[in-house]
Design a protein around this ligand. Structure first.
Ligand code: GLA
Length: 377
């Protein structure tokens, strides 16, 4: 049966937008596929290579079909898909539920079924579906339902990556609509404030993420350092560490947005960290919750993992070094039980022993600490 087992854990891969925006072409996409393999990212689970906006001509053909821009994609999309597949990866593309995409190319409104057939014929495995130029009289929810049915009916398993930026209370209906992931916020840019605000805005929506349909807090900017077209000031290594840990704890899809050809070792090691990826890809996908919150900007998140483990993430969202307190009582470990947590640092793999009742991590501005824990007396 089609689509039954898609996105049982958050999809992982790379998307062209953050770095290349309108400057996308066949060589860059095939190069991204090569880089996913050569860097070892594919072996860690990053499998989708997704072309975002700006890949088509401005007009459909005489049969009403989308046409890849022959200057950018001289061999057509099937050839790109075949190349990506030959590397053992999956291929993603982009369209929009309105009349035009956000960058002004043809959207899929009233062409949903023919576009789904076209994508299937090219070998597409994933469709990001945006929200620009939606006719005013149309209900957004219905438009996502249309494309979902069109994809389910197209003869190929295609992940539907909805992107309506959190409008229309999307988390309440998007799972019913059949999407496999859904953008819940506006666009990220490469700065601490941008990704921190995105993550903080989704704390009340974490429970709307589960196998088959995940809350997508946007493509990662890890490794961009201000380069690329979504630009902005760039982040520090500490910022990227916190960004990746938050995405993992929040069970967000892990779509890399940096230029894979020039990721430095720090960022590559970070996004390849098996303990962090394990938190993100845990098969139960239990939502994280706030375990202790102090002054809105010092927050400890907890997430139950299968295997009787618990992931704990301390984040200092503030602009100065400070203590981030955590009360074990809040996650269900009473002092009377005699239990504590044996804590292994998710970044380094170092076990810091068994802690009980209360602990406080002293963290630099923007920094985090992340542990995989087991109950221990
Ligand atoms: C919207 C989306 C972005 C990107 C652009 C493309 O802004 O939210 O992620 O896809 O459109 O134009």
């Amino acid at each position: 049966m089609q689509n039954k087992y898609l996105a049982m854990t958050p999809p992982m891969g790379w998307n062209s937008w953050n770095t290349f925006t309108w400057n996308i072409n066949e060589d860059l996409v095939c190069g991204a596929a090569d880089a996913l393999c050569a860097s070892g990212l594919k072996d860690k689970g990053y499998e989708y290579v997704v072309i975002d906006d700006c890949w088509s001509l401005k007009q459909r053909d005489e049969n009403g079909r989308l046409v890849p821009d022959p200057e950018k994609f001289p061999h057509g999309m099937k050839a790109v898909a075949d190349y990506v597949h030959s590397k053992g990866l999956k291929f993603g593309m982009y369209s929009c539920c309105g009349t035009h995409t956000c960058a002004g190319y043809p959207g899929s409104f009233e062409h949903e079924f023919v576009d789904a057939e076209t994508f299937a014929s090219w070998g597409v495995d994933y469709l990001k579906y945006d929200n620009c130029y939606k006719p005013k009289h149309m209900d957004g929810e219905v438009l996502y339902k249309r494309m979902s049915l069109a994809l389910r009916n197209c003869g190929r398993d295609i992940v539907l990556s909805a992107c309506n930026w959190g409008n229309d209370e999307v988390s309440r209906w998007i799972r019913s609509a059949g999407a496999h992931m859904y953008r819940s916020t506006g666009d990220i840019n490469d700065s601490f404030r941008s990704f921190a605000d995105i993550a903080l805005s989704q704390i009340d929506n974490l429970a709307y993420s589960a196998p088959g349909c995940f809350n997508d807090i946007d493509m990662l900017t890890v490794g961009m350092y201000g380069r690329g077209n979504v630009g902005s000031v760039g982040c520090s290594d500490v910022d990227y560490k916190t960004q990746f840990a938050l995405w993992c704890m929040f069970s967000s899809p892990l779509m890399l947005g940096g230029d894979l050809r020039c990721m430095n070792d720090f960022c590559l090691d970070l996004v390849k960290n098996e303990r962090l990826i394990r938190i993100n890809q845990d098969e139960e996908s239990r939502p994280a919750f706030v375990a202790t919150k102090s002054w809105n900007d010092k927050i400890v998140f907890a997430k139950l993992l299968s295997n009787n483990e618990i992931a704990i993430l301390f984040v200092n969202f503030s602009e100065s070094k400070c203590g981030v307190p955590f009360y074990f009582e809040n996650i269900g470990i009473s002092a009377a039980s005699g239990y504590g947590l044996e804590m292994t640092d998710a970044f380094t793999g170092e076990c810091i022993g068994v802690k009980k009742e209360f602990m406080q991590m002293h963290l630099e501005a923007h920094d985090c600490a992340c542990f995989i824990c087991k109950l221990k007396k």
